[in-house]
Design a protein around this ligand. Structure first.
Ligand code: N01
Length: 535
């Protein structure tokens, strides 16, 4: 509880969202003596892992890394089953952490925050729920997730369609029985590539509606090797620290000294084969220039296309599955038997590259002049990333200004964390921070630690207001964009730019250099919160 100018707030901090960012915010802030409450729209914790229950949902960061590092006993005790964990295991873990640290009592479920208004005379936020309840707090922490607002494109005739329809990111809590059903999956991104092999095992027939084929690398998931677990756990803190200081905040087997054409064709192909067998995101760092030079990058694209041609039996079908964009200009994907699935008799690729989906009908989806009758449609059509959820709330900062209006031409936040005009408000893994280009667990912990330490600093110095300065925010936004354009992440249409959402301003959202970002944050603190004004 805080008091300033004789105003006492109900809480020190309100946190929106009980995914991994919200859970750790609560744990950390409560530990530091801040009275904190989390509001969560869902009926349980887990965020992304609460909602994304579609068949095949799995993390593509190894379990021993995609987990909290903040508590040594927790990380030693918890046992993962697999090298890469599925949705159910990750959700179990989230629930375990919440119970282990007795956090549930400070989380209000089934409650959506609809507005937050800043009182600039007394430096606090009034936060209102969809039930009309209001609460005041000095600090307002948005742990709302990067991919939490589903994108369901508008399709002609959708209202006529009589079958079932689900978005992957709002999968029902009750089981969905796809056994023997005719199922359509729209999309070919990370979600669809996980769902297609799993649904094909269940469905009578699966139609994959593909607008843009994707590069995907085998994940090679397997039961967690006890020897590797033992070895990592014997030096877990050091291992975490090494990853914290590595590109993308994870263990990378990178070759940062040699360029692609420094080696012979044979040597390069052998290296790519090794990385194909290794799985994971190994291709992005195969050579120093893999992610920045188009010609170098094309050798990866050629290698993967040859793999597709080797896996898919029908040569014409294989060509339809071959992507023709710059590798990693869309988010790289990992799979389990994705291309193999197209050899099954019960799977049909519907190539909509040229004409798109014509319309929904009462019985299914019409494309290329054919009505594909289905019982169920799965929209694997992605998200309004990073800004969608924030812009839906009425967030008013100084002078009653709406965050959505400030961000009308694209999001602006210093360090991707704090927006000028919105004091005492923090966006965890927000636009302009490394977020989706990292191991999110590490990025979350880094942001939460920054916020909690800032609040401690303010408390120690009798300060009640922190705000990003415009003269720090503007160059930061330009820097994020410039840095992005030194890489091939920006070399195509992409949700990193908001290209998937009609009308969304085209701004490159993630900061591409995790290591540089962490150094910058440390430097900001060392220089007494350089770029912020504290009062
Ligand atoms: O969404 P996407 P996603 N008609 O936007 C297609 C994370 N993630 O849910 O490319 C027809 O990538 C669209 O086609 P196109 C990860 O960061 C992580 O798959 O626009 N098709 C595309 O194929 C990922 O990047 C994991 O031509 C339409 C697809 O829908 C992010 O979430 C697992 C269409 C959307 O792909 C989003 O992935 C899953 C239309 N009108 C997701 N509109 C992990 O493993 C869109 N599409 C951790």
């Amino acid at each position: 509880m805080s008091t300033v100018n004789s105003v006492t707030t109900d809480l020190d901090a309100v946190v929106v969202g009980a995914g991994f960012a919200g859970i750790y915010s609560l744990q950390n802030l409560r530990n530091k003596g801040f009275k904190t409450r989390v509001y969560e729209a869902a009926g349980g914790v887990g965020g992304t892992w609460y909602w994304n229950r579609y068949p095949g949902a799995r993390c593509d960061i190894p379990s021993l890394q995609y987990s909290y590092s903040f508590d040594e006993t927790l990380q030693q005790e918890w046992q993962w089953k697999n090298k890469y964990s599925d949705q159910a295991d990750i959700l179990n873990y989230a629930n375990h952490v919440v119970d282990r640290f007795d956090l549930r009592k400070d989380i209000q479920f089934d409650t959506r925050i609809v507005s937050a208004i800043f009182d600039e005379d007394h430096n606090f936020w009034t936060i209102t729920t969809d039930a009309g309840e209001s609460v005041t707090a000095r600090h307002f922490v948005l742990a709302t997730g990067c991919l939490s607002t589903s994108n369901i494109p508008e399709f002609e005739g959708f209202d006529d369609y009589q079958g079932k329809a689900y978005h992957s990111g709002r999968w029902p809590q009750e089981p969905v029985d796809l056994t023997g059903k005719k199922v359509a999956i729209i999309g070919s991104g990370s979600t669809a590539i996980q769902a297609i092999p799993a649904v094909a095992e269940l469905a009578g027939h699966l139609y994959s509606f593909q607008r843009t084929p994707q590069f995907t690398i085998p994940q090679h998931n397997e039961p967690l090797n006890p020897e590797i677990e033992k070895q990592i756990k014997s030096r877990y803190a050091t291992y975490r620290d090494e990853n914290y200081h590595s590109p993308f905040a994870q263990e990378v087997s990178g070759n940062f000294e040699t360029n692609t054409f420094d080696v012979s064709d044979e040597e390069r192909t052998a290296e790519y084969e090794r990385r194909w067998q290794m799985g994971g995101f190994a291709f992005l760092v195969a050579y120093a220039d893999s992610g920045s030079d188009r010609v170098a990058n094309e050798t990866i694209a050629d290698f993967v296309r040859d793999k597709i041609r080797g896996i898919v039996n029908d040569p014409a079908l294989a060509e339809k599955l071959c992507p023709d964009f710059v590798y990693a200009s869309k988010r790289p994907v990992l799979d389990t038997n994705y291309f193999e699935t197209f050899n099954r008799d019960n799977v049909t690729l519907v190539d909509i590259r040229d004409n798109g989906i014509e319309r929904f009908t009462e019985t299914g989806i019409r494309a290329n002049g054919i009505n594909h009758e289905v019982d169920c449609v799965i929209f694997a059509t992605g998200f309004d990333a990073l800004t969608g959820t924030l812009n839906k709330m009425e967030i008013r900062g100084r002078g009653g200004r709406l965050l959505k209006d400030k961000w009308a031409e694209g999001p602006k936040a210093y360090l991707g964390l704090c927006a000028e005009g919105f004091p005492n408000m923090y966006v965890i893994t927000g636009p302009g921070s490394p977020s989706v280009l990292t191991n999110m667990m590490v990025a979350i912990e880094q942001h939460v630690n920054f916020i909690a330490d800032t609040m401690v600093h303010m408390r120690a110095n009798d300060q009640t207001r922190i705000e990003a300065k415009l003269e720090a925010e503007e160059p930061w936004v330009a820097h994020v964009s410039e840095l992005g354009h030194t890489t091939l992440f920006t070399a195509g249409a992409n949700w990193y730019f908001g290209d998937n959402i009609p009308g969304k301003p085209r701004v490159f959202l993630p900061h591409v250099d995790w290591v540089g970002y962490v150094e910058k944050c440390e430097d900001v603190v060392d220089k007494n919160y350089d770029g912020f004004s504290l009062a």
